[in-house]
Write a protein that binds this ligand. Sequence first.
Ligand code: AMP
Length: 215
Amino acid sequence: MSKQNTVIALTKGRILDEVLPLFERAGIAPLEDINSSRKLIFDTTMPNVQIMVIRGSDVPTYVEFGSADLGVVGKDLLMEYGSEGFYEPLDLRLARCRLMTAAPVGASPVAGRIKVATKFANITRRYFAEQGVQIEVIKLNGALELAPSMGLADIIVDIVDSGNTLRANGLEPLQLIAQISSRVIVNKAAMKMKHAVIGPLLQQLAEAVEASNRA
Ligand code: AMP
C-alpha cells in the first residue's frame, strides 16, 4: 500500500451504514458495495483515498500506529481503551446510544460488593470508583443481559439504544454513565504530513454533520 494513500478505517454494521452517507456528502464513496464484499480495503471515488473495514476495537490501534490515517469509532471504545495516541477532532453525532447500568426489574439494592458484568471493564471500574462503590467486574464478551438471571452478576453495564434488549431480558436501565456517539480519530503524524487531504476532509465531514443535524 502506497504511503501516499490516505486510509480511512471504518467498522461494518451500524457505524458503516450511518457513516457512509456522510462520507458521500464529503465526496468519498467506496467503488464497490462494502457489505456484499469479502475484501477489507476499498478504493473510493476520491483518488488516493481508501476505506478499510476492521473491528471497532482495532480502529484505535490502526490509527495510533499510522496504518490507517483516520478512523471512525464509538466513544465507548475510546473511553475503554484510551484515546491518548491520536487526535479526536470530530463528533459525527452518529450511532448515538447510552452506556448505562441495568438491573433486573424491581431488584432490591445489593448489600456489599456488587457483581457487575460488562464488556467495558475499565469504564466500569472508573465509574464505580468515582462513586465510591465497591464492585467486582465480571468481564464478558457478549450476551451480557443473561448474566443477572443466570446468577453470574447483580447488574450489567452495557450500551442502550431503544432499551428493547434490556426489556426483553427482564432488565431496566438505571444510571447513565456516558452518552456515546461515533468520533473521527486521526493519526498525529498524518494530521501534519497529509494535511492537504485530511484538513479539507475533516472540514467537509463537519459541514455534512451540521447539514444532517439541520435536516
Ligand atoms: P437496544 O435494544 O436498541 O437498546 O440496543 C441495545 C443493543 O444494541 C446493545 O446491546 C448493543 O450491543 C447494540 N447497540 C445499540 N446501539 C449501539 C451503538 N450505537 N453502538 C454499538 N452497539 C449498539
